[in-house]
Design a protein around this ligand. Structure first.
Ligand code: PHE
Ligand code: ZN
Length: 883
């Protein structure tokens, strides 16, 4: 191991800090290879500390310590202790004292992208979760809040822009113009993970914002020179986010400036540093020619997400890292609601649920399952997961569902008022909602501590003579690592009953508070609700709006599914019916193929889909969602055991082609009539048309016919925007047509100098299901535009191959697994966070059929045999193998 044998950290061991740091003065002399950092801290003993005479233990990693000065006296070597990860001062004054620490760091060698590093020549920082300790010795924990004053000094030619958190106090030159400096002050006390600085040669776009109460805020987005034209959408998204948070949650911005900086090398999407958000540049830069609608949408939501953190995360932060979902789940909920308000609510919900089922459900049913609030961790970076984020957001959504909009808002208001300026816990958050609503949320709180996706089974029976209809809901939660026993949860199940005419029947029952409005509050292992005065057997619409993150099983015939798809007043469940129908059909196809047969199913689904596609009451974005079949990975998750990706690939193709053949004219007409006319607009309605057009093309292209390929190539070569071009490129790259090479070469010629856009070219090849995909991907790792130290490149090529190309990654000879492990070990030497994330692609290895399972296990074992894995990779591989 690179570090000492990693020990788990437990939530139950939480103790308040022994010391508090009131203020931090940082002074940076920026230099690529030797940056000098001077930190002056106002420290005092914490009156709430439970320990008497505790030594002061500061965290630090990869630092060169130059001096320690306590109240003006330089400490001698015997007055402190130094380890690879800490600086201990055994004796400190009883009264508040000043501690000055001088360190030297080397940003140019930092490829872990945590702490201070350089991204294409720009100095930048990433401190969440524990990067600040790579800058200076500090109490690197989120419950230590301090006010920061930061002085940055650099070469004005190399770094004309000097930024840090808060407002700028002054700037000037020194050394007869050889150096320049800026001083920033952030009046809001914050934990060190929210500290940031940026220094570099950047271009900027500025705008103004007036808050609801009349304060002026200067908004600036900093990007690489030459990219100014691609900033407008991010700026627009920022302004709309600021306005939305005022209207929907009554939250205003609280500094004179708000800065966003786009950097190229970044481990995650973006970071909410107070007043100085730092973004992965692919989530800032967008123009119609360079970015797809999906990217426009992602930019809008991530800009909103980071902005919303200003209140949920920064003003109220987390007491400890176990409470990560307190800021992340809540902020994801907020950004999802923002997108729903700005676009189509139902399409947003469909896309959030798709995401949840594609990433969180498999996580929750595999070896990496953990509670939304984990109880222990070895490496906190491994817990920025779909469970903490997405399931965390679902929990907040359920609170809103159970309480209703008004009480939910009151609970949020109370939370902001009561905990502003504090580091809070999940208990404190829940208490606010319990208090305003008078509800008992103690059973509900299990959602935070119990891992695993609950299964809800719904059985129905109709009594014609008594005119009663009963729904019996049964819940079980499967075992997960470390949790054998599960308790029944409080699950809000929104329902409706469709009469024969397709309209909702009134819900009359004497169920008491088990049914409130249209929500069944399932709290017992099993509950039956009986509806009275039901004139005919209804079709149940269960879990409307996906009101809880559960696996639902309802007995519905194909006829029922087609009926729901055509009639349900809940648009989400119309989509759900289509999705379930398609999934069932594909699973039947896989089953047949694995018995050497060919299923004759599929026409029923094709007919139902065809009927829905002509419904002009449905907007195009929604119809596009109907045309998008469950992915091969979704099918693999659904099957759950003995997974053979070859059969899944073939079944997927079988259904896709069947639909394309049956609906060929209809799909071609959609593709023709939705052709863009007029200038590009990224708004939801226009994006919806492009999505429908692309979805239709995708179905058609599966035919592989000359007509279909020509249609695809035509879209590629005549595209007036990247949404059309990239989609057609993906389809051509997956084909065996002569246009495949021409299109890829054309794209390369056009974009090879653009390090953001060229990733699209890597993605198209990584995802191609052609048989030589692995060789192509391997060759591309040596391509001059590839860079293994740049996370976006790694994700585009290696990540997409492992996650989005199931049939080629899961080759029967196991070579895909070997390749991935090889790459992971190479990356782990300099960027453990990215290496550990890639390893996620192997988490479902136990669900594979025996031959692949063995090969996957062999590949994984190679990592355990490696003498020197990072703590990140070590923890994940142990959990995946369950050893
Ligand atoms: N806190 C960031 C977000 O979700 C994510 C992040 C975590 C970024 C850790 C960098 C490092 O908004
Ligand atoms: Zn976040």
């Amino acid at each position: 191991m690179k570090t000492d044998t990693p020990r788990p950290i437990y939530l139950r061991d939480y103790r308040p800090p022994n010391f508090l740091i009131k203020s931090v003065n940082l002074d940076f002399k920026l230099d690529a290879a030797a940056t000098k950092v001077r930190s002056r801290l106002k420290v005092r003993h914490n009156p709430k500390s439970q320990v008497h005479n505790a030594p002061l233990i500061l965290d630090g990693e990869n630092l060169k310590l130059d001096a320690v000065i306590l109240d003006g006296n330089t400490l001698t070597r015997s007055q402190y202790r130094l380890t690879k990860t800490s600086l201990t001062i055994p004796e400190t004054p009883i009264k508040p004292f000043t501690l000055e620490i001088h360190t030297t760091i080397d940003p140019s060698q930092n490829k872990s992208l945590q702490g201070l590093y350089r991204s294409r020549g720009v100095f930048c920082t990433q401190c969440e979760a524990q990067g600040f300790r790579r800058i200076t010795y500090f109490l690197d924990r989120p419950d230590v809040l301090s006010t920061y004053t930061v002085r940055l000094e650099a070469d004005p030619k190399e770094a004309p822009v000097l930024l840090s958190n808060g407002n700028r106090l002054e700037r000037g030159t020194s050394d007869r113009g050889e150096r320049h400096y800026a001083v920033w002050h952030d009046p809001h006390p914050k934990p060190c993970y929210l500290f940031a600085l940026v220094a570099g040669d950047l271009s900027s776009i500025a705008a103004d914002f007036k808050t609801a109460s009349g304060s002026d805020v200067g908004l600036t987005i900093y990007v690489e020179h030459g990219k100014e034209e691609r900033v407008a959408w991010a700026m627009d998204s920022l302004k709309r986010s600021m306005r939305w948070d005022e209207k929907r949650f009554g939250r205003e911005y609280d500094l004179e400036v708000f800065n966003i900086v786009a950097v190229s090398d970044f481990n995650m999407g973006a970071m909410e540093n107070k007043g100085l958000n730092i973004f992965n540049d692919r989530l800032v830069l967008a123009s119609p020619e360079t970015a797809t609608d999906t990217t426009f949408e992602a930019i809008e939501s991530v800009v909103a997400h980071e902005y919303f953190h200003n209140w949920t995360g920064n003003r109220i932060t987390c007491r400890d890292w176990f409470q990560l979902c307190l800021k992340e789940g809540l902020t994801v909920y907020r950004d999802q609601e923002f997108s729903a308000d700005e676009r189509s609510r139902v399409v947003q919900r469909i896309s959030d649920v798709r995401q949840l089922k594609a990433h969180q459900f498999p996580e929750d049913s595999g070896p990496l399952a953990h509670p939304v609030r984990p109880e222990s961790y070895i490496e906190i970076n491994n817990f920025y997961t779909a469970t903490v984020y997405e399931k965390g957001a679902e929990i907040v959504r359920m609170i809103a569902t159970i309480l209703g909009a008004e009480a939910f808002r009151s609970g949020m208001d109370l939370y902001f008022e009561r905990h502003d300026g504090e580091a809070a816990t999940i208990e404190q958050f829940l208490e606010c909602f319990a208090e305003v609503s008078g509800r008992d949320l103690s059973q509900f709180a299990l959602w935070y501590s119990q891992s695993g996706t609950p299964h809800v089974e719904c059985r129905t029976s109709y009594d014609k003579r008594a005119r009663t209809y009963s729904l019996t809901l049964k819940q079980t939660t499967p075992q997960t690592p470390g949790q054998q026993q599960k308790n029944p949860m409080h699950i809000p199940v929104r329902i409706g009953l469709l009469g024969p005419d397709g309209h909702d029947l009134p819900l009359t029952t004497d169920a008491g508070d088990a049914l409130l409005d249209d929500i069944i509050h399932l709290r017992q292992p099993s509950q039956t609700i009986t509806f009275t005065d039901v004139p005919a057997r209804p079709v149940p619409s269960v879990l409307r709006e996906f009101s809880a993150p559960v696996h639902l099983e309802v007995e519905l015939s194909e006829k029922d599914l087609a009926f729901l798809l055509a009639n349900d007043s809940d648009a989400f469940n119309r989509w759900q019916a289509a999705n379930t129908y398609a999934m069932r059909t594909m699973v039947a196809m896989v089953e047949a193929l694995s018995r050497g047969k060919r299923s004759s199913r599929g026409t029923g689904f094709a007919k139902a889909l065809s009927a829905a596609l002509v419904d002009d009451n449905l907007d195009w974005a929604f119809r596009a969602e109907l045309m998008r079949l469950p992915s091969q990975s979704d099918v693999a998750t659904e099957i759950g055991q003995n997974v053979d990706h070859t059969f899944i690939y073939r079944a997927h193709r079988q259904l896709t082609r069947l639909i394309a053949r049956r609906l060929e004219d209809q799909l071609a007409a959609i593709h023709d009539t939705l052709k863009e006319s007029g200038p590009f607009s990224p708004d939801a309605a226009n994006a919806g048309k492009r999505a429908a057009r692309n979805a239709a093309l995708q179905l058609l292209a599966s035919l592989g016919s000359k007509t279909a390929i020509n249609r695809t190539a035509d879209q590629y070569f005549n595209a007036s925007n990247m949404t059309e071009a990239a989609h057609a490129l993906n389809l051509l790259a997956a084909s065996n047509s002569p246009q495949r090479r021409t299109a890829l070469d054309h794209f390369y010629q056009r974009w090879h100098e653009d390090h953001v856009v060229i990733d699209t070219w890597f993605v198209a090849q990584a995802q191609s299901p052609r048989n030589n995909a692995l060789d192509v991907v391997r060759a591309l790792t040596r391509h001059e535009r590839f860079d293994i130290t740049a996370p976006n490149k790694v994700r585009a090529l290696i990540g997409n191959f492992a996650l989005m190309n199931p049939v080629q990654f899961n080759r029967p000879d196991g070579k895909g697994y070997e390749f991935l492990v090889e790459q992971i070990l190479a990356i782990d030497r300099f960027n453990p966070q990215i290496a550990a994330r890639l390893l996620n692609a192997m988490r479902s290895w136990r669900a594979l059929e025996p031959k692949r399972r063995k090969l996957a296990r062999n590949a994984l074992t190679k990592i355990t045999k490696h003498p020197d894995p990072s703590r990140d990779v070590h923890e994940i591989v142990l959990r995946i193998l369950d050893e």
